[in-house]
Design a protein around this ligand. Structure first.
Ligand SMILES: *Cc1c(COP(=O)(O)O)cnc(C)c1O
Length: 403
């Protein structure tokens, strides 16, 4: 085989389908978010970021930066090992305690990322629990899908957020057979929210465990930022809550929270936990400061929701087809991969607005979109500039207005 030709050929396939990914070369400026410096070939210019998952700007919050710097001064750069072999730093311990407290659980377990947390927890549970069936929402994130597939457990997919379809599947299994229902709270491409209570009721009725990915909700919902399950008073009904420290908390890392026995089980059998060096102490310290800060500052969440509602309303007023979303995610439908990329390029080149096009396979073909994530740091002027720019681009490219 001509290896190089093979690689190049696979890349050409993506390019011909308009699915090749170009990364925007950005330099974030601490204290200037959502502004950032864009490296455009030889030149640089300031742009406004409209698609970051640093939903609250915590990645630049002085409280978080100070905690991170202090930990670097005290503990240095790396953790120095896996958790078992000299790599458990006191900041890891404090962070896990804080996360358990956030979710009202006995324990929490820290991973290098949210992706690894899902992959490791689901593959370990599915593999080790005898004869386990995993029931998985059709739109679950890649990290959950990979974890379930890797577990080699029997897997059934239920229609997205569909209580009836899930029940129809559950009732085909013996009551005593172990079952795990895996789903997310906020789905990050549409901004819709799962019927968590109804799923928990089914779990009780059919003797199943629940695994809830709150990655796009922790820090953002609930009085203390415990997620949608906190907002809806359901935290004690979830078997495993999974979250990230990389989105609303603005740092990096992932975790699960639940009973002491369950966390100890994954700690003791999960390869993605056991065999990987633990995150730097400074990362744990920064995440700890961020979680603590957001616990106390519900007004940041209120401001975030207000910004999202304002942007949605202004888009609707301008006849821009904002998709239905009950969360902070603001998706705008384009419905064509080439137009979607052009709209994104045009916003960047002519208006210094950065929003990444979202194409297949992240969303179904025909549902290509721009996905805006307003933060408390986006001003009224930022929003008005965005609206005027979108109107211009939509007209210029002749993209469909809202029906
Ligand atoms: C981003 C994401 C993850 C992975 O989290 P990271 O911390 O970025 O690895 C998991 N689940 C969902 C739903 C996500 O969107």
């Amino acid at each position: 085989m001509k290896y190089e030709d093979f690689f190049a050929g696979k890349i050409d396939e993506l390019k011909s389908e308009g699915r090749y990914r170009h990364f925007a070369d950005l330099e974030r400026q601490a204290g200037r978010f959502p502004k950032a410096t864009y490296h455009d070939g030889q030149k640089t210019r300031e742009i406004t970021v409209w698609c970051s998952n640093d939903y609250l700007g915590m990645g630049q919050n002085p409280v978080v930066l100070e905690a991170m710097q202090e930990a670097v001064r005290k503990c240095g750069a790396g953790a120095g090992g896996t958790r078992n072999i000299s790599g458990t730093n006191h900041y890891h311990v404090l962070l896990e305690e804080e996360l358990a407290d956030l979710h009202g659980t006995e324990s929490a377990l820290l991973f290098g990322s949210g992706w690894v947390a899902n992959m490791t927890a689901l593959s370990t549970l599915g593999r080790m629990i005898p004869d386990c069936v995993v029931l998985s929402d059709a739109l679950n994130h890649n990290s959950m899908v990979e974890g379930i597939v890797h577990s080699k457990a029997e897997k059934k997919i239920f229609k997205h957020n569909d209580v009836e379809d899930l029940e129809n599947l559950l009732r085909t299994y013996d009551k005593d057979r172990p079952k795990l229902i895996a789903f997310e709270s906020v789905y990050s491409m549409d901004g819709d929210i799962a019927p968590i209570k109804e799923f928990c009721d089914l779990a009780d009725q059919y003797n199943a465990m629940t695994f809830l990915d709150e990655v796009h909700a922790v820090g953002l919902y609930g009085q203390h930022g415990g997620g949608v399950a906190e907002r809806e008073n359901l935290m004690d009904r979830i078997t495993i809550i999974q979250g990230t420290l990389a989105k609303a908390f603005g740092v990096v890392g992932g975790y699960i929270a639940g009973s002491a026995a369950m966390c100890d089980f994954v700690r003791s059998y999960g390869s993605g936990f056991i065999f990987s060096t633990s995150p730097p102490p400074s990362v744990a310290a920064a995440a700890l400061a961020s979680v603590r800060h957001l616990k106390k500052h519900n007004e940041i969440r209120e401001c975030h929701q207000e910004r999202a509602a304002t942007l949605k309303q202004k888009l609707r007023n301008a006849d821009i087809p904002v998709m239905p979303s009950v969360s902070h995610i603001v998706p705008v439908l384009v419905g064509d991969p080439v137009l979607c990329k052009q709209a994104s390029d045009d916003l960047m080149d002519r208006f210094d607005i950065y929003v990444q096009p979202i194409n297949y396979p992240t969303v179904p073909r025909g549902e290509e979109r721009l996905r805006f994530t307003p933060t408390p740091l986006h001003t009224d002027e930022d929003i008005d500039h965005l609206i005027e720019s979108i109107k211009d681009v939509w007209q210029r490219l002749n993209i469909k207005a809202a029906a």
